[in-house]
Design a protein around this ligand. Structure first.
Ligand code: FES
Length: 267
């Protein structure tokens, strides 16, 4: 084979030979994640209107200490500093938040969208050296597998909340009866979408697949691995749908609690 010398010319920031709309995806990611980040922080700081009837906002679940009937250990603890505004979401939201921040898919998406590293494939980036995830601070992203355990626990809590959302209390008699409202369906859908996202996690595949570079011999592990791999093929889609559903679930519960929306009781 004859060898051909190719001269490599470094590209300046944003330079590319691409003629497609390569900037559209990072822009959409930037807008989508920024919207969610601003809304989630605003909602978490409110500390009110996070429950209505049998519904509990997923931003506040599990509610460890709080004023709602869903609180596990009673009202706001005495040791909470008086100068710091209390919201039950502050105690738990760091776990699902870090699970998303360290997710392999989101990493690739926000590296491009937020600090242009690179802006897109074959598009010039604003720095000369690529340190990658083998050095500090990005090596810390490997903590993702541990946040998976937290995410599975929170998912179990949200599934329990969805079950609770099937039981309505009659305010006049205090009697609880089985029923389905639009809020129930929204909270159940949220659990389904979050399950698709969480169980399709790369770390879940490693967890179910076996050890090191060999698949487990157990047929149960193989089935779990196949199932996780199947969900993983659409991980990006699950990531965005579950992000939107968590946000919409909070909006729905909040607006019902504020009296702006009325829950539609199906039966
Ligand atoms: Fe996305 Fe684990 S890789 S949640």
């Amino acid at each position: 084979m004859p060898a051909v010398d190719v001269v490599w010319t470094p590209r300046g920031f944003g330079q590319t030979a691409r003629r497609d709309w390569w900037w559209l995806q990072p822009l959409a990611v930037f807008l989508g994640l920024s919207t969610f980040f601003v809304y989630a922080n605003w909602a978490a700081f409110q500390g009110n209107h996070y429950f209505w009837g049998p519904y509990l906002s997923p931003f506040y679940s599990p509610e460890l200490f709080g004023e709602s009937p869903h609180a596990w250990f009673g009202p706001k603890p005495d040791w909470w500093p008086s100068w710091w505004h209390y919201s039950p979401a502050h105690l738990i939201l760091w776990a699902p938040g870090m699970f998303r921040v360290t997710c392999y898919y989101y990493r690739g998406a926000y590296y491009k969208a937020f600090w242009a590293d690179p802006p897109s494939c074959t598009v010039g980036e604003p720095r000369k050296h690529y340190l990658g995830e083998h050095s500090f601070p990005l090596i810390m992203q490997n903590i993702h597998r541990y946040f998976l355990y937290c995410a599975v626990f929170i998912l179990a809590c949200l599934a329990y909340d969805a079950w609770q959302a099937l039981w309505f209390t009659d305010p006049s008699t205090g009697h609880r009866s089985f029923g389905v409202g639009l809020g129930t369906l929204i909270l159940i859908t949220n659990v389904v979408l979050l399950s698709g996202y969480t169980f399709g996690c790369h770390s879940m595949r490693h967890l179910t697949g076996g050890r090191l570079d060999r698949l487990s011999e157990s047929s149960l592990c193989k089935k779990a691995y196949d199932c996780s791999s199947c969900l993983n093929r659409r991980h990006m889609l699950w990531a965005w749908m579950s992000l939107a559903s968590v946000m919409f679930s909070d909006i729905y519960v909040r607006l019902c609690s504020m009296g702006i929306w009325s829950d539609w009781r199906i039966f």
